[in-house]
Design a protein. Structure first.
Length: 211
C-alpha cells in the first residue's frame, strides 16, 4: 500500500479559457478577472498542501482579428510571469463556419479555435508525475478530455509505488448546470466568496471596449 506523505506538494494546472467560461456562468463576470496565484494559495491552504508550481495555459486570438482580447491576454500573462507563474499560449487557429441566421438564411463567419492547449496540459500533468514533481496535480478545468491524463497518473502511482492524487477545482453556484469535475479526480468546488477573494486587483482590459 502506498504511503500518503505528511507534506504534499501540489502543482496547479490552469486551463485559462475553461476557467473563464465556468466563472462567467457561475458568477457572471464578463472577463477573466481571476488571479491564478491567489486561487492556488487559497485552495492549497484549505487542503494543507504546499505549492510546488503554477502553470497557466490559454489560446490567444490574433491582434488583427480581436485586438482587444489579444492585448488583454498578452498583458495579463506578462504579469503572471512576474508572479512566478509558468505560462503557455497558442495562437488560435481560424476557419470559416456556416451559421444559420434567425430568418433562415446562412452566413459564413470566421471562428477561432484553441488547438493544442489541452494536449499541452495533459502532457505536462503526465510528465511532471513521471518526474515526481508533485504529489497532487491541482487542475483548474472541467475538460473531460483530461481524464485520460488522470488515468495515466494513476498508473504512474502504481509503477513508482508512490502516493499521487489528481484534484479538480471549479466554480459552482445555483446558476451552474455542470457541477461535475474531471472523472477520476477529487473535486474541489469554488464558491463565490472564495472566488471573489482571489480576483486580480489589476484590470488588463484596454480602455477601448471590444466591438
Amino acid at each position: 500500500m502506498r504511503t500518503e506523505p505528511d507534506s504534499k506538494r501540489a502543482v496547479a494546472f490552469f486551463d485559462g479559457q475553461n476557467l473563464f467560461y465556468a466563472a462567467k456562468e457561475a458568477f457572471g463576470y464578463p472577463f477573466p478577472n481571476y488571479d491564478p496565484r491567489l486561487l492556488t494559495e487559497r485552495v492549497c491552504a484549505a487542503q494543507g498542501w504546499q505549492i510546488a508550481g503554477i502553470h497557466f495555459y490559454t489560446g490567444i486570438p490574433s491582434a488583427t482579428d480581436k485586438p482587444f482580447w489579444s492585448s488583454f491576454w498578452t498583458a495579463k500573462m506578462a504579469v503572471m510571469g512576474t508572479r512566478g507563474i509558468q505560462t503557455f499560449s497558442r495562437a488560435l487557429r481560424y476557419r470559416n463556419q456556416t451559421v444559420a441566421l434567425p430568418d433562415g438564411s446562412l452566413t459564413v463567419t470566421l471562428v477561432g479555435q484553441e488547438k493544442g492547449v489541452d494536449v499541452r496540459i495533459a502532457l505536462d500533468i503526465v510528465r511532471f508525475a513521471l518526474e515526481a514533481r508533485y504529489d497532487v496535480a491541482l487542475i483548474y478545468s472541467q475538460d473531460q478530455d483530461l481524464s485520460e491524463a488522470v488515468q495515466d497518473v494513476k498508473k504512474i502511482s502504481v509503477l513508482q509505488n508512490r502516493w499521487i492524487r489528481c484534484a479538480c477545482a471549479f466554480p459552482v453556484s445555483p446558476t451552474v448546470a455542470e457541477t461535475r469535475g474531471i472523472n477520476g479526480t477529487d473535486w474541489i468546488r469554488i464558491d463565490r466568496p472564495t472566488y471573489d477573494a482571489c480576483i486580480d486587483p489589476n484590470d488588463y482590459r484596454p480602455k477601448k471596449s471590444p466591438l
